[in-house]
Design a binder for this molecule. Structure first.
Ligand code: SAM
Length: 161
């Protein structure tokens, strides 16, 4: 099951994490981006919010892009490499049970697999879904923050109850 590379626009990423940081203090928390693309989300949260981030990606060129970008922008002060893990893996077989925040860009054809991932998450963890929402009756109990207006892009954040 493959998802194409469609990046989340940078201003949308900024608005999502500004919002989330007001709900929970992100510093020191863990995030995994399932299908990390060019790594923009994993890099952003490690750099701006000092989160421990993991970029899970299956495409070798994308994995190299992520590593190259980190190498280019890292500095002694930032120590980004200590906070970002770049992982070659199939997102549908990746264990998310230890993460505080799970970032996803699902597609309708595989929404059921993302529901399965939601069930793996620990209680209180957040799943961020870009563009497509989960099926609410399949993931009860949860809290939903619909950020579509704030982010000016379809963004749904679920907190697992
Ligand atoms: C829609 S893009 C999202 C990129 C990034 N998360 C963002 O929001 O900017 C989906 C990414 O998932 C990757 N991908 C597709 N199938 C995958 C799989 N089975 N396991 C891991 N990554 C996968 C693609 O290579 C692509 O980079």
């Amino acid at each position: 099951m493959d998802l194409p590379f469609l990046p989340t626009p940078q201003p949308v990423i900024k608005r999502i994490f500004y919002f989330l940081n007001n709900k929970i203090t992100l510093k020191g928390k863990s995030l995994v981006d399932l299908g990390a693309g060019d790594g923009r989300v994993a890099i952003f949260v490690a750099k701006e919010y000092f989160m421990q981030s993991s970029a899970v990606e299956i495409n070798l060129e994308m994995l190299q892009t992520i590593k190259d970008t980190i190498a280019q922008i890292d500095s002694d002060k930032d120590k980004l490499t200590e906070r970002i893990r770049v992982i070659e893996a199939d997102l549908f077989n990746f264990d998310v049970s230890s993460f505080d925040v799970v970032y996803t860009y699902p597609f309708p054809k595989c929404i059921r697999s993302f529901i399965h991932i939601f069930h793996q998450m620990k209680k209180g963890a957040y799943m961020i879904c870009i563009r497509w929402a989960l099926e609410p009756e399949q993931i009860l109990p949860f809290e939903l923050y619909d950020l579509t207006e704030i982010a000016q892009f379809p963004v749904y954040i679920y907190r697992k109850g």
